[in-house]
Design a protein around this ligand. Structure first.
Ligand SMILES: *Cc1c(COP(=O)(O)O)cnc(C)c1O
Length: 354
């Protein structure tokens, strides 16, 4: 077992923080002073280190670059008005990380390394957590196969790393969405439920094609009929129909089980809505739109929290939503922010003190 005390820490001589203004930083571009790196070899994890943020030196034959055993997570840390640092639901990300690892035939990362490592790293770089509204510290744990050998087989060596990126408000204007009917993101039996790197590379062509047509993102549909909605880009999706909030269920294994999705379902219930996790066909959504019952559609994820959708285009039919009237989404976002920035008490046990 690796306790925090077993993590070998080498600190930077001089922090880069004095060179950077932590206000309105773009997403994922700046990184803190330190990173965590752990190595797996011969069936065990060893050498967990926190050291100055630096490039990796890799052999060109390193397996992940060729065969894509690579997974990641996205978590955020916040400061409350008293300046105390909290991480939002990191255990849920830890569990999901190991679900992704299993699907990709990679070793599990033990809780001690993931959680103690995360805590120790954030403790060290806590001054990098921005104080401002809508700002946070984005946490990126990831793992990849590191065998130096170009045979197709599961690797024997892996690297697990955590890097931290201070970030400002996410670029978050209401989106125009193209309902995708040709390309697919995930199919039952595939890796849609894993946060595996290949899922994102595989999605880029369809997204770029939709962008050429003037849309911001695609709404993925099922691989067989192109009718049942899955996710919106890299976000889970909610449809507000009457007093119901409907989001696709996870049973087909094609949807990433978002921590934000789960939190938003809880908040929606607290707001008095009925939450349904079930298959939702785009035709049902269109019927509800025509009858005036479908009022809002929005995406959820750690990076943006809630993203409003102002248009959903399916074949020749376009559903339009006035962002100013998206009251449910706006209220959910407000409530989520109040919890995460410590403005209201955390009654769910979501905030994990650093
Ligand atoms: C990360 C991700 C989400 C959102 O998950 P959160 O835990 O809420 O950040 C949704 N869909 C996909 C495909 C994702 O990669």
């Amino acid at each position: 077992m690796i306790a925090a005390a077993d993590i070998n820490i080498t600190k930077v001589e001089r922090s880069k923080l004095s060179d950077i203004n932590l206000t309105n930083l773009p997403f994922g571009k700046y990184f803190t002073d330190h990173m965590l790196e752990a190595e797996y070899e011969n069936g065990e994890w060893k050498s967990v280190e926190i050291k100055p943020y630096q490039p990796l030196l890799l052999d060109p034959s390193v397996a992940a670059l060729h065969y894509g055993q690579a997974i990641f997570e996205g978590i955020k840390a916040y400061k409350n008005p008293q300046g105390e640092a909290f991480i939002f639901r990191p255990y849920d990300n830890f569990k999901r990380f190991n679900i992704s690892a299993e699907r990709m035939q990679m070793p599990a990362v033990p809780e001690d390394i993931f959680m103690n490592g995360l805590r120790a790293l954030i403790e060290l770089d806590r001054n990098w957590i921005p104080n401002e509204e809508d700002h946070s510290l984005y946490i990126r744990p990831f793992m990849f196969s590191s065998d130096e050998m170009i045979g197709v087989r599961p690797s024997e060596k892996y690297k697990f790393l955590i890097i931290l990126s201070p970030t400002g408000p996410y670029y978050n204007t209401p989106m125009r969405i193209y309902v995708e009917e040709k390309y697919v993101r995930a199919v039952s039996g595939g890796i849609g439920y894993a946060k595996a790197a290949g899922n994102y590379g595989a999605a880029m062509y369809a997204t770029a094609t939709a962008k050429k047509l003037g849309y911001d993102q695609v709404l993925w549909t099922d691989a067989f009929e192109h009718k049942y909605v899955q996710e919106c880009g890299t976000m889970n999706v909610f449809f507000i129909i009457g007093n119901k909030a409907i989001t696709p269920d996870l049973s087909s294994g094609t949807i990433l089980a978002g921590v934000t999705r789960d939190s938003v379902m809880t908040v929606l219930k607290e707001m008095g809505l009925t939450v349904e996790e079930r298959p939702l066909s785009i035709l049902e959504a269109i019927d509800a739109y025509k009858s005036g019952e479908l009022k809002e559609v929005f995406g959820t994820g750690t990076a943006a929290t809630i993203s409003l959708i102002k248009e959903l285009k399916y074949k020749e039919f376009s559903m339009e939503f006035n962002p100013e009237r998206c009251e449910v989404a706006t209220e959910v976002k407000t409530r989520m922010n109040q919890i995460r920035y410590g403005i209201v008490p955390d009654s769910h046990g979501w905030m994990c003190k650093v």
